[in-house]
Design a protein around this ligand. Structure first.
Ligand SMILES: *[C@@H]1O[C@H](CO)[C@@H](O)[C@H](O)[C@H]1NC(C)=O
Ligand SMILES: *[C@@H]1O[C@H](CO)[C@@H](O)[C@H](O)[C@H]1NC(C)=O
Ligand SMILES: *[C@@H]1O[C@H](CO)[C@@H](O)[C@H](O)[C@H]1NC(C)=O
Ligand SMILES: *[C@@H]1O[C@H](CO)[C@@H](O)[C@H](O)[C@H]1NC(C)=O
Ligand SMILES: *[C@@H]1O[C@H](CO)[C@@H](O)[C@H](O)[C@H]1NC(C)=O
Ligand SMILES: *[C@@H]1O[C@H](CO)[C@@H](O)[C@H](O)[C@H]1NC(C)=O
Ligand SMILES: *[C@@H]1O[C@H](CO)[C@@H](O)[C@H](O)[C@H]1NC(C)=O
Ligand SMILES: *[C@@H]1O[C@H](CO)[C@@H](O)[C@H](O)[C@H]1NC(C)=O
Ligand SMILES: CC(=O)N[C@H]1CO[C@H](CO)[C@@H](O)[C@@H]1O
Length: 881
């Protein structure tokens, strides 16, 4: 979000990695002694052993730990948990409160497992094998494990040219370059979302895909780390915590299985309200409430369906959270806008940052109440840690504090109060890396606030930071929390871990330090905000969109990809960003800022991006304060493009909602890379400019500026053009598409699907839900098709009534069956059968012949339309004879 360009030029251009990325000679690391295993005990699905340093310590970045404990548990037939800890000293581990571990209570018999743990004792090394093929999936052989207080190293061999995906958040290609990639995990306010540097979130999981199967490896660790891919190897370099690996068998045939197995660890995604799949409009730089109201009206006048209006930090009084600026965004006028939106079945979202203005004695309730509850993140000496964010000097909520949830829920209840405050429908949380503008050493944040003109400029020095109630004697630490010897490749100015964020030696209420838990801050704020919204709106699902995430965030919130630019390469790269979050990290409610956040967009870019963005799960146009306006109605082409594509998206909304519901139940994916659907087709492995929206909608946008053509890959399969419904036979080859106008995007239905579409799109999702269904039967190469439809009230956390329907087409008959608990009040308008070679002699609806007027056959497109007209309250069949 909001970072002024000018400020970036001050802070952001500093050359990253002055310290960052110490690159130890691999030969030095490989010369370390490693460990010898002894006392190996196996019992059923568990194995334990002692590991002793096997020779003279190498002490590369600290002192080698002499003895370690190994524990291996076959937790399920598809998951092996391998953990190496130091039995003599408690080391930090990701708290269960942040990431509850899956059950390990009933280990399975290794003989029944799809993957196996194998090891050598001297030197100790381990490997993971796929049982069915004996392929090695992970192996530490020939690269000693290094285990020091502030440095861990594990290196596995990989096959040449391995297909590795994941290890986000990053802006590399979706398929990582296996020969030359360093991924750094350390949350960072990464303006411009640069390539090749650490970004906002951290997901230490990768999937490796081979024609023989797809497996996953998670290192459950929240410390800063570099993961390096070099020819034939993948190497973890971690500055703390423990080695805590989960190996996931995935499947030999279906890549989606590994996504589901990962969801068994981190949780399946939270369901979101139906309305949140509608169009969102946002920008930094709406100057006042008149702008906000004008955008809402202008969307309506342009007949572009706007579902949700957002407001960035502009609304805040001197950029203090939980306030409105009294003359620019007066509360009563803002309440009028919110009431108006709600009256039109539209929605409203506001931004909330974590940092709270440090404003003692100024009647600033959020600061005073948090201070009284003592919920701020602390320096080692017990005083509140001060940062520098939008309002000037700030404190940061400590999400580990036992009273912080009460504090946060109470602030939400007060400010977002429907009776007296702003009645938001969803929350947007930003700056939660946590970001700080203070340049190190940040000895005087007050001075820097003045230099950086953070509002308001102060003329007199403020009182010294609150004196601690009791001064802790700093606990004895063997670790240097500010200066680990191994420097990860942090791209923040100077590379220092504390640069532009809270100091790494700050302490949480449970005595955990930011050194260990930094990468969790955004996710913990997400959980607290999700809870605060539930407290504020009991029983209602909520939309919370965050910037910073850790593994497991998707169980609570969605995410936008951060502060990108209005540039074509960012347009393209957003696809890999969305695929990573949605298909690997289990954060499926995700999207990039459509038309680009910073810099000026162009009419063509914005038109193409409106259409690409309609196939992000989370579709929001967002803009920076210094950029030209880019609401879709601003330009003729973007107006038309948005109208065209929103017609497609809205008609598909129940199809996508069903996919999202399935993901929340089973961990399946709502968007997928092409190789998920064609795991045997090696040509799909590197593709990250085409993707599947839901299971069956293949999206292939134009990718180059000014171009009206694109070369796309179509696997050997049958597809159907979404608009004409004409069949297209894929040959396992590139296809050149041309004459694609600036208001069109190529969208195909993958054969084998029965799509539940709304017959018409509408201006709001509320109206959409009152629109009839039509089913599109798109047979696969074997002549069959199937699909699902899930419907509920779209807003409640617990659903009393649900409709769950299966559609199946074979031998010329479509059967729609299931339970119809939720009363939709709509009909099935018609069924459209695709690729019908000739008009059938007769069509039977529930066994009875339908009249000729109800059947239309188009010999050119081979589409047969059958009018149904039955209330959508029970199953039915349509048979072609
Ligand atoms: C397991 O490791 C042993 C060495 O300890 C080796 O002899 C054996 O071949 C390995 N098994 C498999 C299936 O790779
Ligand atoms: C590896 O990547 C880095 C960073 O992108 C680049 O500077 C370097 O030239 C690459 N090395 C090789 C051998 O390709
Ligand atoms: C809305 O449209 C009117 C008429 O074109 C224009 O004057 C006004 O600036 C627009 N406002 C916004 C916020 O788009
Ligand atoms: C506590 O530590 C902070 C940060 O190092 C420092 O700014 C502050 O002056 C210290 N306060 C006291 C009372 O020593
Ligand atoms: C990082 O910054 C902190 C705070 O200014 C400082 O104490 C520490 O020495 C710095 N570390 C390095 C390696 O420069
Ligand atoms: C944190 O450490 C202090 C000082 O060592 C101790 O008094 C306190 O009980 C600890 N708090 C928790 C929650 O462990
Ligand atoms: C696209 O067209 C515009 C306007 O003619 C031109 O300025 C721009 O350079 C073109 N871009 C490319 C990549 O050709
Ligand atoms: C809705 O869609 C159907 C089928 O496409 C069409 O016949 C009908 O006219 C549409 N109704 C409206 C109100 O647009
Ligand atoms: C939000 C977004 O689109 N982020 C993109 C910004 O730009 C980078 C390229 O520098 C993309 O990779 C990101 O996906």
């Amino acid at each position: 979000m909001p970072r002024i360009l000018a400020r970036i030029l001050v802070g952001g251009l500093a050359i990253a990695g002055v310290l960052g990325g110490s690159n130890p000679d691999p030969a030095v690391l490989d010369a370390c002694p490693g460990y010898t295993a002894s006392n190996v005990k196996t019992q059923g699905g568990t194995l334990t052993a002692s590991l002793k340093l096997a020779g003279k310590a190498c002490n590369v970045f600290g002192t080698d730990i002499a003895s370690l404990s190994l524990s291996v548990v076959y937790e399920t037939t598809n998951r092996i948990h391998v953990k190496i800890t130091d039995p003599t000293s408690a080391r930090y581990e990701v708290p269960e409160s942040v990431l509850p571990r899956p059950s390990a209570a009933n280990p399975v018999d290794p003989k029944s497992a799809a993957i196996k743990f194998n090891y050598t004792t001297s030197p100790f090394g381990f490997s993971i094998l796929r049982a069915s093929t004996s392929e090695v999936l992970f192996s530490t052989a020939s690269h000693p494990i290094i285990y020091e207080p502030q440095y861990l190293r594990v290196k596995t061999i990989l096959a040449a040219n391995a297909n590795i995906y994941g290890l986000g958040e990053h802006t590399n290609t979706f398929r990582l370059d296996p020969d030359n990639t360093t991924i750094t995990l350390w949350s960072r306010d990464a303006y411009g979302v640069p390539t090749g540097s650490n970004l906002y979130g951290n997901h230490p999981i990768y999937f490796e895909h081979r024609t023989t199967g797809t497996h996953g490896v998670m290192l459950l660790n929240s410390n800063g780390m570099d993961v390096k891919l070099t020819p034939g190897a993948l190497e973890y370099n971690v500055v703390g915590g423990v080695l805590d690996f989960y190996f996931l068998a995935g499947s030999a045939t279906d890549p989606t299985q590994v996504a589901k197995q990962y969801a068994e660890i981190v949780g399946t995604p939270a369901e979101v309200p139906y309305w949140s799949f509608g169009l969102h409009q946002c920008r930094f730089g709406y100057n006042n409430y008149i702008d906000v109201a004008g955008v809402i009206s202008n969307y309506s006048i342009a007949r572009i369906p706007l579902e949700t209006m957002w407001t960035d930090i502009d609304y805040m009084d001197r950029r203090r959270i939980f306030t409105v600026e009294p003359s620019y965004f007066p509360l009563d006028r803002m309440r009028e806008i919110v009431d108006y939106l709600h009256g039109q079945h539209q929605h409203f979202v506001l931004m909330t940052d974590p940092a709270v203005g440090y404003l003692p004695d100024q009647d600033y309730g959020p600061y005073d109440r948090g201070t009284a509850a003592d919920v701020w993140l602390k320096n080692a000496n017990g005083s509140s840690h001060l940062g520098l964010v939008w309002p000037g000097v700030t404190v940061f909520p400590d999400w580990f504090h036992p009273d912080v949830q009460n504090y946060w829920s109470n602030e939400f209840a007060l400010f977002y109060n429907p009776g007296t405050g702003l009645d938001i429908d969803g929350a947007w949380i930003d700056m939660n890396e946590p970001s700080s503008f203070c340049n190190l050493p940040c000895d005087d944040p007050f001075e820097q606030a003045v230099q950086q003109a953070l509002p308001p400029p102060r003329s007199t020095p403020p009182p010294p930071p609150d004196t601690p109630i009791f001064v802790n004697t700093p606990p004895v630490r063997r670790d240097d929390l500010l200066n680990p010897q191994y420097s990860i490749n942090n791209a923040a100015p100077g590379g220092n871990l504390s640069s532009k964020t809270a100091y790494t030696n700050t302490v949480h209420a449970n005595n955990l330090t930011e050194y260990n838990t930094h990468n969790l801050y955004g996710t913990m704020m997400s959980v607290a905000t999700h809870q605060a919204m539930l407290d504020r709106r009991p029983g209602l699902r909520t939309l919370v969109i965050t910037r910073s995430t850790f593994a497991g965030a998707g169980k609570h919130v969605g995410k936008w990809l951060g502060d990108n630019f209005s540039q074509w390469d960012h347009y393209r790269a957003s696809i890999a960003g969305v695929l990573g979050m949605a298909s690997i990290y289990q954060v499926p409610m995700v999207g990039a800022d459509i038309c680009g956040y910073a810099e000026d967009t162009t009419e063509l870019l914005c038109a193409r991006w409106a259409m690409l963005g309609a196939f992000y799960p989370f579709m929001r146009n967002h803009n920076a304060d210094t950029s030209i306006s880019q609401e879709f109605y601003r330009f003729p082409l973007t107006t038309k493009a948005a109208q065209n594509v929103l017609d497609i998206r809205y008609r598909l909304l129940d199809y996508f909602y069903t996919s999202f519901h399935q993901a929340s139940v089973e961990g399946t994916t709502v968007v997928s890379p092409m190789w998920f659907k064609y795991p045997q087709d090696a040509a799909t492995y590197p593709i990250d400019l085409q993707w599947f929206f839901g299971d069956s909608i293949l999206v292939s946008p134009v990718t180059e500026e000014n171009s009206t053509s694109v070369s796309i890959y179509l696997p050997k399969d049958i597809f159907y053009d979404f608009l004409t419904l004409a069949p297209i036979h894929g040959a396992g080859a590139q296809v050149q598409l041309s004459d694609i106008s600036f208001t069109e995007i190529p969208v195909y239905i993958k054969g084998g699907a029965v799509l539940p579409l709304r017959a018409n799109s509408t201006m709001t999702t509320t109206e959409l839900r009152a629109t009839d269904f039509e089913f599109v039967v798109a047979p696969g190469t074997d002549g069959t098709a199937s699909g699902q439809l899930y419907i509920d009230d779209g807003v409640s956390v617990t659903q009393a009534k649900q409709t769950e329907v299966a559609m199946s087409f074979k031998a010329g008959t479509l059967a729609v069956t299931g339970s119809f608990g939720f009363a939709t009040g709509v009909k099935t308008a018609r069924v459209r059968f695709l690729n019908v070679a000739k008009a059938p002699g007769s069509v039977l609806l529930n066994g009875k012949a339908v009249s000729h007027q109800s059947v239309t056959y188009n010999a050119q497109t081979k589409v047969l339309d059958v009018v149904v007209g039955l209330p959508f309250t029970s199953g039915f069949t349509v048979a072609l004879h």
